[in-house]
Design a binder for this molecule. Structure first.
Ligand code: IFM
Length: 447
């Protein structure tokens, strides 16, 4: 059985972060407020009242963080650009100091031999755009494409590949449907225009990138969905959840159409959001790579109460992460094979743009993280051996960081521990393990 030592020669090793989770410096150098600044200031919105105001102070400490990446031997680093840092109100005049930060960051990465892989939107929408309706408002998609053009014009000479959106499923559901993330709207299925407008923004931005000779990817959090039993009601519930979590986002981009949304009780035009020609705008630019953020599979049962057409139920008899997420590494292989079954030749090369787990701070060494990553990389090697084109793996995350509604302390995903009082970075055992794995992979192909 192939394992992580059998990954192909050109397999790329990386680590991932996101702007609001690590940068801090939210009030510096002309950055405008984002939805997360506003949301995190609401009493009770984030555990312990934490915010990303300082986070890992990466805005000032990025040279030290790049040294940590160099120490790992990374090929690539996935980070996100804070839209309100470069366009403080989301549109209109650019902020030269914000642009200069990303210019410096990219140059420093390249000097360290690390390929930058930026994400344009990882949930920190400029608050001024939210005040105009945010992703519920169609214009936001057009503002996003303008912002993509600003960044591509600045960095396109040095950055060949871009990710437009991060996890539009999570942003739509947590941000607009249930309100546990910014901007904190609780619209349930009426949140879905926000999904459509993000996809439209993706399509428009991908065209902007292609016009400049750059490659466009989209990263989503996908999950293989399994019914809790063979009962027809559980199977129907699983189909509804798969539609919401996976197909709603992947079908328009890869196939140019929405799945049957009637299983969610949602009209085909998503409450009037889908205009004639939109699906062409989303699909026609084509996707140069699918970014797959994988954490866990999902088990679904028929609903026990009115409201949603599914219940999410736990997967028993498997380990769980500190977050309570079930650990089922082979589900990654199954997900990849399922994507090939569903999309066939329409499936572009895949890159794992996030995978990792939170481990309690007191766990020393962080063996559960090493076990998690090694088992998922073994599953990936098996999927590749079964013919799936997977180009690389970016672990989530380089550093402990601001884990959204969970705040700073409770969910630690980093290969590097961060003491948020002192900003001291301390590499964990998983850091040394990943470094040695990368080195062993390179040594195998050294001539
Ligand atoms: O921290 C998040 C990240 O921002 C998006 N993907 C999942 C991670 C862990 O929850």
């Amino acid at each position: 059985m192939p394992d992580r030592f059998d990954l192909p020669e050109d397999f790329r090793w990386g680590a991932a972060t996101a702007a609001y989770q690590i940068e801090g410096a939210v009030g510096e150098d002309g950055r405008g407020p984002s939805v997360w600044d506003v949301f995190a200031a609401r009493p009770g919105a984030v555990r312990d009242g934490h915010t990303g105001a300082v986070a890992c102070d990466h805005y000032h400490r990025y040279p030290e963080d790049i040294e940590l990446m160099r120490g790992l031997g990374l090929d690539g680093y996935r980070f996100s650009i804070a839209w309100p840092r470069v366009l403080p109100t989301g549109a209109g005049p650019v902020n030269p100091a914000g642009l200069a930060f990303y210019d410096r960051l990219v140059d420093a990465l390249l000097a360290a031999g690390i390929t930058p892989l930026p994400t344009l939107f990882h949930w920190d929408l400029p608050q001024a755009l939210e005040d105009g309706g945010g992703w519920l408002h169609r214009d936001t998609a057009y503002r996003f494409a303008e912002y993509a053009a600003v960044m591509a014009d600045l960095l396109g000479d040095r950055v060949p590949t871009w990710i437009t959106l991060n996890e539009p499923f999570v942003h739509t559901v947590f941000g607009y449907a249930t309100g546990t993330h910014a901007p904190g709207r609780t619209l349930m299925f009426e949140a879905l225009p926000a999904a459509h407008h993000q996809l439209l923004g993706h399509g428009l931005a991908a065209a902007v990138l292609h016009d400049r000779g750059l490659a466009a990817m989209l990263s989503n959090n996908l999950t293989p969905v399994r019914p809790a039993s063979g009962a027809a009601a559980d199977i129907a519930a699983a189909q509804a959840y798969d539609t919401l979590h996976n197909r709603l986002f992947t079908d328009p981009v890869l196939l140019g159409r929405y799945p049957d949304l009637s299983v969610l009780g949602v009209p085909d035009d998503i409450f009037g959001a889908v205009h004639p020609g939109d699906l062409d705008l989303i699909h026609t630019p084509g996707l140069d790579g699918l970014g797959l953020n994988f954490y866990n599979p999902t088990r679904v049962a028929a609903p026990t109460a009115p409201g949603l057409p599914f219940d999410l139920v736990d997967i028993p008899d498997v380990p769980h992460t500190a977050f309570g997420w079930p650990v089922v590494p082979d589900a990654l292989r199954q997900l990849l094979l399922g994507l090939r079954d569903t999309y066939g030749k329409a499936l572009p090369p895949v890159t794992i743009t996030e995978n990792g787990c939170s481990v309690p701070e007191s766990t020393t060494p962080d063996q559960p993280r090493i076990d998690f990553m090694s088992a998922h990389l073994d599953a990936l090697a098996q999927a590749i051996a079964e013919g799936i084109d997977v180009r690389g793996y970016y672990t989530w995350s380089l550093l402990d960081n601001f884990e959204w509604a969970e705040g700073l302390f409770s969910q630690r995903f980093g290969l590097v521990h961060v003491d948020f009082a002192t900003q001291q970075r301390t590499p964990r055992a998983s850091y040394a393990w990943y470094r040695d794995l990368i080195a062993a992979h390179r040594a195998r192909f050294a001539r």
